[in-house]
Design a protein around this ligand. Structure first.
Ligand SMILES: [Zn+2]
Length: 491
């Protein structure tokens, strides 16, 4: 989860304007967050050797003022598998200067140049009259069901906003090109803006003459979803992806929560709720949703699924008394869905968050997913196709979150040749707390891990290619099986 830009801006203003003393309440600064990381996270013991570094919401926003110290700091991050992103904001010269300096130093050190470009994508829904819905009496209206501060308007009245958004991208991209720098990695966290079918959007569109005219079958949720996501995909492709590619054709480009998938979404973002009368697929108390194929028409060049411990998740699976599996099951569904459907040549970079995510104020506490189960999950994500990791968290959570990630990343780097090249071949998700097995295949080699949420001591047998593979219980281990020495499966 990332709190939307406007919400964040509103929060900052509130802090500054109303409660100056709040700043004294021990919020860690970015300098404190980042220096603590270097102090407490050990360097990797295996070379990264071109594997994607970890990027995170907190890995931006500060560098030592002195260039030598800044280089040393960037090198120290790199030794831990971590990479800083520049964060240029259109209309903010200081942010551009800082982002270019980060890029220049990364370039000098031979490190990948990363950019967090969300601010260039906001906002299609500017709040202007000509972006709002139109009622029967020709008055305009908007939908406040996503955020009180955001005027979500009419999906069919955004065409004229495209040029302004493209110009914002050009404004932040051009200086990189002018400085002789390349952008290797660019991500968006574009959330509450543009057409979205959840919350009150369906109701609002049914009341809008423009929407009704454009979606004759508006009472069919699938028709409504497809119409909106088609526009949302076009906005992302035309205004972000194609503009970035004009400048940096090789850049990896992606957006939070946009990834190849099966047509089912197993998670809800912090601002999303299912509209009444919308279809869903029940699983115990989970209401899994129909999901549009937005990745492909958007044109993004990396897949960016979201595997977070959303507060409600644990309570969806009351049939099980295994707290960890109530988390693990859902998160593995999300990760598997992305891993299974993302083509081998598309890098799959997974957003993560371990601490229970976005608990509502005054809501009863739920059991925290254990560190053990979370690290097992990271292994299975790698072995189901994840190539790289990203992470959102609060400032105070950063060191703990990153530490859990780098331990698994380092151990996975012992099998470096499987990252990006291994083909995920095992996708089973037990529908009871039981035995989970995942594997990456590279020619005759199969890298496997097995995790048990119960007492099963028996080997698991399955077919990979034309071979029968037997996976014994080996807690805490990831190991290779030589497929050429496995029994041939009967035809
Ligand atoms: Zn409308």
């Amino acid at each position: 989860m990332r709190i939307g830009v406007f919400a964040l801006a509103a929060m900052c203003l509130a802090v500054i304007a109303v409660t100056q003393h709040c700043e004294a309440q021990q919020r860690m600064t970015q300098e404190q967050v980042l220096t603590q990381l270097i102090e407490e996270i050990p360097p990797l013991t295996h070379p990264r050797d071109g594997a994607l570094p970890i990027r995170a919401s907190r890995l931006q926003g500060w560098l030592p003022e002195d260039d030598d110290a800044a280089r040393e700091f960037l090198r120290a991050l790199d030794a831990r598998g971590l990479a800083l992103c520049g964060h240029p904001v259109p209309g903010n010269a200081d942010s551009m200067t800082a982002a270019l300096r980060t890029a220049r130093l990364q370039h000098e050190l031979g490190l990948e140049v990363g950019v967090h470009a969300s601010q260039a994508m906001y906002s299609f829904f500017s709040g202007d009259e000509d972006t709002l819905h139109v009622a029967d009496d020709a008055s305009t209206f908007h939908d406040e069901s996503f955020a009180a501060s955001k005027k979500m308007g009419c999906p069919f009245r955004l065409e004229h906003r495209k040029d302004a958004i493209k110009a914002q991208f050009r404004e932040i991209l051009e200086p990189y090109l002018a400085a002789g720098l390349t952008i290797d990695f660019l991500y968006l966290d574009w959330e509450i803006d543009g057409p979205i079918e959840w919350n009150g959007a369906w109701d609002s569109s049914k009341r809008c003459t423009v929407c009704r005219e454009n979606i004759p079958e508006i009472d069919d949720f699938y028709a409504f979803q497809a119409a909106l996501r088609k526009i949302r995909s076009e906005l992302q492709r035309e205004c972000c992806v194609e503009v970035v590619q004009e400048y940096f054709p090789e850049a990896l480009i992606g957006n939070y929560s946009v990834y190849p998938q099966s047509g089912v979404r197993y998670w809800y973002d912090y601002y999303e709720r299912l509209p009444e009368d919308a279809p869903f697929f029940p699983d115990q108390l989970a209401k899994n949703r129909p999901w549009y194929h937005e990745f492909e028409p958007s044109g993004y060049t990396f897949a960016n699924p979201v595997v977070y411990t959303w507060y409600a998740t644990w309570s969806w699976y009351p049939r099980w008394n295994n707290d960890d599996y109530r988390w693990f099951y859902n998160l593995l569904q999300v990760g598997t869905n992305a891993g299974r459907h993302t083509p081998q040549q598309i890098p799959l970079i997974t957003w993560l968050h371990w601490h229970t995510t976005a608990p509502p104020a005054d809501a009863p506490e739920v059991p925290q997913m254990s560190e053990w189960a979370y690290q097992e999950l990271l292994w299975h994500l790698y072995l189901r196709g994840t190539d790289g990791l990203m992470m959102w968290c609060t400032a105070e959570e950063t060191t703990k979150e990153i530490g859990l990630m780098t331990e698994v990343m380092d151990a996975m780097l012992a099998h470096r040749e499987f990252i990006g090249a291994g083909e995920p071949v095992m996708f089973n998700i037990p529908d009871e707390p039981g035995t989970v097995v995942s594997g990456l295949r590279l020619a005759d080699r199969l890298l496997v891990r097995r995790t048990d949420f119960g007492g099963n001591q028996q080997p698991i047998r399955g077919v990979v290619g034309d071979r029968i593979v037997e996976v014994p219980r080996r807690d805490g281990q990831t190991w290779e099986i030589d497929l050429s020495r496995c029994e041939v499966a009967p035809q």
